[in-house]
Design a binder for this molecule. Structure first.
Ligand code: NAP
Ligand code: HSE
Length: 429
């Protein structure tokens, strides 16, 4: 008897959806050989039926309504590639689960907001939701966390998870261009999301971090607790000064469980220039996972684009075809703890850039204020200056952010500070 095919309904025929159609067409024999059964697309849906998508759609049934697609009798797996946290993506996902379909999605926004409820629904229906493509595109990081590292207590998850921001930051450095100019370049190249704030505001990367944190720490997805800061205030001057001190600025996500609760941060940070994260160029992503037994592992690869993202979608489809059935976030939804957010980040060294009036005793006043807040200076550099002001860089020893804020407030009243200081966390990687 020939094996039963796994029948897919694909909603969303944009970058990722057409990539999935191509793989299923071009690799039919390979997919069948590896999963033990044919993988077939039976029906598709998108907004506009007559758009030329560069792939033939004749072999598939067409549905205008993704909810109808998701509930068709001949669909086993609903593949959601439309995007958006709510609207048709959520409605069709819920309908698919209710109709007894498994779901594969690349939609980090939907899962970051509704992941807990969808996971609970999937389990109640005896279905699975898989979302490898939602985090770091082609990098199999969900699989690494839920399967390969399942025997570890995860101590920290870190990463550069938004390729557009990494492109902007590395291009600012290599071309010596200001943020605004590189933002326009990225826009012209089509790198930015329809709402650019999702990228440069750190929201997209924050969605991804919250999903990884849930799996890593057995907690409910808590996107609202991610401390978010985008890259819009990163200046070329800070990029250059940081490089002088041996660092690079990255939009870095960090999640760790501390004695004070779950810390989730997505913000510009300094990392050592020679570290794997410091060396990461252009639109590439990198995720660093740390476990108590495995130590540190580093995964690097394309975080976006047709091929890499469709590759991750197909990895999930293949697992379902093979009968692999895992809980959405690595353990049953009802057992995921409500994450208590850490009120303050773990202490760290900080980079401080300031401009002081070039007067006797100016530096002494700064050093005194830092000392009064219990902050010790690790390194300091004064640059050649114009007639009246001197640029100063300070790298502190590890200090709580609250102590630094106290010192920065005290500096506001000083007669020698020409410009408000810039403070950026230095992450030990
Ligand atoms: P896209 O190119 O904008 O494609 C979206 C598709 O969804 C289009 O085909 C669109 O139809 C269809 N669509 C939108 N609203 C619809 C509706 N109401 N009913 C039916 N179809 C609808 O998006 P994408 O880049 O492929 O991204 C898809 C998903 O993958 C998103 O969740 C995204 O965050 C995620 N993702 C993307 C990447 C990437 O590199 N692109 C990487 C990782 C994750 P029309 O074509 O007719 O307009
Ligand atoms: N806008 C995202 C990025 C797409 O730049 O990484 C992939 O999620």
């Amino acid at each position: 008897m020939s094996p039963t095919p796994l029948r897919l309904g694909v909603a969303g025929l944009g970058t990722v959806g057409t990539g999935v159609l191509r793989i299923v067409r071009q690799k039919a024999n390979l997919l069948a050989a590896r999963s033990g059964r044919p993988i077939e697309i039976v029906a598709v849906s998108a907004r506009t039926r007559d758009k030329d998508r560069g792939v033939p759609l004749d072999p598939y049934a067409w549905e205008d309504d993704p909810v109808r697609l998701a509930t068709r009798d001949d669909v086993d797996v609903f593949v959601e590639l439309m995007g958006g946290s709510d609207g048709p993506a959520k409605a069709a996902t819920e309908a698919a689960l209710a109709a007894g379909k498994d779901v594969v999605t690349a939609n980090k926004a939907m899962l970051a907001i509704h992941g807990q409820a969808l996971a609970a629904q999937a389990e109640a229906e005896g279905r699975v939701i898989r979302f490898e493509a939602a985090v770091a595109g082609g990098i199999p990081v969900i699989k690494a966390l839920t399967e390969g590292l399942a025997g570890n207590e995860i101590t920290r998850v870190m990463g550069v998870m938004n390729g557009t921001c990494n492109y902007i930051l590395t291009r600012m450095e290599s071309a010596g261009l200001p943020y605004e100019e590189v933002f326009e370049e990225a826009n012209a190249l089509g790198y930015l999301e329809a709402d650019p704030q999702l990228d440069v505001g750190g929201i997209d990367a924050g969605h991804k971090l919250s999903l990884l944190a849930s799996i890593a720490f057995g907690t409910q997805v808590a996107f609202d607790d991610v401390e978010l800061e985008g890259i819009g205030d990163v200046t070329i001057e800070d990029i250059r000064r940081a490089a002088d001190m041996g660092f690079r600025i990255k939009l870095l996500g960090v999640a760790q469980m501390t004695g004070r609760g779950l810390e989730q941060r997505m913000a510009p940070c300094l990392v050592p220039a020679q570290s794997p994260l410091g060396q990461l160029e252009g639109g590439t992503n990198m995720v660093v996972l740390e476990g108590d037994h495995v130590g540190q592992i580093v995964l690097r690869g394309a975080g976006a684009g047709e091929g890499p993202t469709a590759s991750a979608v197909m990895g999930d489809v293949m697992d379902i075809a093979r009968g692999v059935r895992l809980s959405t976030f690595g353990q049953p939804a009802a057992e995921l703890a409500a994450a208590k957010p850490a009120k303050a980040a773990m202490p760290a060294p900080f980079y401080l850039r300031m401009k002081l009036l070039d007067k006797p005793g100016a530096l002494a006043k700064i050093a005194t204020i830092l000392g009064q807040s219990g902050i010790s200076i690790d390194r300091m550099r004064q640059y050649r200056h114009d007639d009246t002001t001197a640029p100063i860089l300070i790298v502190t020893h590890t200090t709580p952010r609250a102590a630094l804020d106290e010192a920065l407030t005290a500096m506001e009243g000083l007669d020698v500070v020409a410009e408000a200081p810039v403070a950026i966390r230095i992450e030990s990687v």
